[in-house]
Design a protein around this ligand. Structure first.
Ligand code: SF4
Length: 216
């Protein structure tokens, strides 16, 4: 049987730009390919190409950075079946592993040691029809739910979903981010405070620091 492998766009060391571990040095393993086309996508360069790598080679590349945190991202990592054993192997190696997923594919096979950062796609993304709501009951306090908001109507939609899906009770964190260049961070911050919402407002640190250049 051939060794497990996944198609990789890049592996790099940077600061985590968002989520519960924002600001912490983290190795990013970016898998190639995504079945979605969000209108604000900032990683279109990961849709195609990449290089197929064996899991053992990926583990060796990650180990060379001697990290504590590893983030498996994309694209949509779960679109490649061998992403699941890759994440388990990263956990076995002792890293604190997170997964960034669009929320459009099943998360049930993901190792429970992984913190799943699950997007709920808003109407403004253009891909809200892809949300797989069967994932929601699977969330635990180790997981995070992320909304990228494009407008006030996206914000109002997200507030409804918070209550309807009981997200604050199910997930360890609920993250509200403004879509870069589409919604002013200050506006979103003001709305969150005015509504006294117990969500974590976040800006994408890597865009502030490095202007969204690949490899950061
Ligand atoms: S799910 Fe993520 S990678 Fe895929 S199109 Fe949307 S923003 Fe881009």
């Amino acid at each position: 049987m051939s060794e497990s492998s996944v198609r990789i766009t890049e592996i790099f060391y940077s600061l985590q730009g968002e989520s519960r571990t924002v600001g912490l040095p983290t190795v990013f393993v970016r898998l190639t390919g995504c079945p979605l086309r969000c209108q604000y996508c900032d990683s279109e360069y990961a849709f195609f190409g990449g290089e197929r790598k064996a899991l053992t080679d990926i583990l060796a590349e990650v180990a060379a950075f001697n990290p504590r945190y590893v983030c498996v991202t994309g694209g949509e990592p779960l679109a490649q079946p061998d992403c699941v054993p890759l994440m388990a192997a990263l956990c076995d190696a002792g890293y604190e592993v997170s997964l960034e997923t669009s929320g459009a594919l099943p998360i049930d096979a993901v190792d429970p040691r992984v913190s799943r950062v699950l997007d709920l796609k808003t109407p403004g993304s253009g891909e809200s029809g892809r949300n797989l709501y069967e994932n929601i009951p699977l969330l635990t306090g180790h997981d995070q739910v992320k909304f990228v908001l494009c407008s006030r109507s996206d914000y109002d939609w997200a507030r409804l979903k918070l209550d309807e899906l009981k997200l604050l009770e199910r997930a360890g964190e609920v993250l509200f981010s403004p879509s870069f260049g589409q919604l002013a961070g200050k506006d979103l911050a003001d709305w969150v405070v005015a509504d006294n919402l117990p969500v974590r407002f976040q800006l994408q640190l890597h865009k502030v620091l490095w202007d969204d250049a690949p490899g950061y």
